[in-house]
Design a protein around this ligand. Structure first.
Ligand SMILES: Nc1nc2c(ncn2[C@@H]2O[C@H](COP(=O)(O)OP(=O)(O)O)[C@@H](O)[C@H]2O)c(=O)[nH]1
Ligand SMILES: [Mg+2]
Length: 311
């Protein structure tokens, strides 16, 4: 595919339009997109990837804006992937994000990319991973992925990054919810944002005891921020740098890279197998026939699955 190959060359030479076009190809999971990824993959792996998750409205976008300005002051270049809600009901939030992040896009060292939650044919996680790979190969020092909320898929996307930041806010009932959902386990840095609001101390205390109880080895730092007032942002940047230093120790690095590779490889293989099985059985109606049999209790689901993959 000579056209894509040329596009990749332009991306690697620092052309932002080529990057933009390749990101679209990757997002749509086109053959050209896969070709681009196969060329870019070996050129990636230098950036620190940062996943930021937390409930909608916890201030992630505002935080990413403030953090970007801080990292720029520290001389870092950035790629930002903002995963947008696709629902028409969230247009307001989307518009808000655009306004909050607008001033960032005039900086040529910052590349902001919005991605839809739905419509990625290959799935959100692989599409995001591909987009991050391209921004990494483009040469950005830090690639930040901001998820919309803290649902299962979104947490998974954030957890793929080298460094995962979980944003919580004081007084929100869903914090306890988030902790229950095991979100604590994936946090490399915990942020108590909106610490200008009451009860921030209480949340910090609760988190401190949870962190002490759950972690061995490196202790997850808890950073208080007010992204609205741009307070604590340097502490967050410090937290990211500390975690980066921690994971770039050779032994830790190898282990993390392997975990990431295994996860990505198996997820893609799983998806391809499913697609293949479904495609093979849909055309002639065998899949629906089997579904009907299971529904009528004529075949149990295990046996049906064996039939499905065994043929
Ligand atoms: N009081 C307070 N409000 C904040 C803070 N950070 C963000 N907000 C507000 O919280 C709302 C949601 O922010 P946004 O960044 O869009 O959250 P996201 O949905 O997590 O990306 C907006 O109205 C922000 O102005 C903060 O530190 N303190
Ligand atoms: Mg947001």
């Amino acid at each position: 595919m000579p056209e894509v190959d040329e596009l990749v060359e332009r991306l690697l030479a620092g052309n932002r339009r080529a990057l933009s076009r390749i990101l679209t190809l990757i997002e749509n999971d086109t053959p050209a997109g896969r070709r681009a990824l196969s060329l870019l993959y070996s050129r990636s792996g230098k950036a620190q990837t940062v996943g930021i998750t937390g409930s909608a409205g916890s201030g992630k976008s505002t935080l990413v804006g403030a953090l970007t300005r801080e990292l720029r002051r520290r001389g870092k270049t950035l790629g930002i992937v903002a995963i947008d809600p696709t629902s028409p009901f969230s247009q307001g939030a989307l518009l808000g994000d655009r306004i909050r992040m607008q001033d960032l896009t005039s900086d040529p060292e910052v590349f902001l990319r919005s991605m839809a939650t739905r419509g990625n044919l290959g799935g959100l996680a692989p599409a995001t991973a591909g987009v991050v790979t391209a921004l990494d190969a483009f040469g950005k020092d830090v690639v930040v992925v901001e998820t919309v909320g803290a649902g299962q898929d979104e947490v998974e996307v954030a957890a793929m990054a080298d460094t995962t930041v979980v944003v919580l806010t004081p007084g929100a009932g869903d914090d306890v919810q988030a902790m229950k959902a095991g979100i604590m386990e994936i946090a490399d840095v915990l942020v108590v944002n909106k610490s200008d609001l009451p009860n921030a101390d209480l949340l910090v205390r609760q988190l401190t005891s949870m962190v002490e109880a759950s972690r061995s080895g490196r202790t997850t730092p808890i950073v208080r921020t007010s992204s609205a007032r741009e307070e604590g942002i340097a502490d967050l940047a410090d937290g990211l740098e500390e975690h980066h230093a921690y994971i770039t120790q050779p032994s830790v690095r190898d282990e993390q890279r392997r975990t990431q590779a295994r996860h990505q490889l198996l997820a893609l293989a799983r998806q391809r197998l499913i697609d293949r099985v479904v495609a093979a059985h849909s055309d002639d109606g065998r899949l629906e026939a089997l579904v009907a049999k299971v529904a009528r209790r004529e075949v149990d689901p295990h046996t049906a699955a064996d039939i499905l993959i065994g043929e």
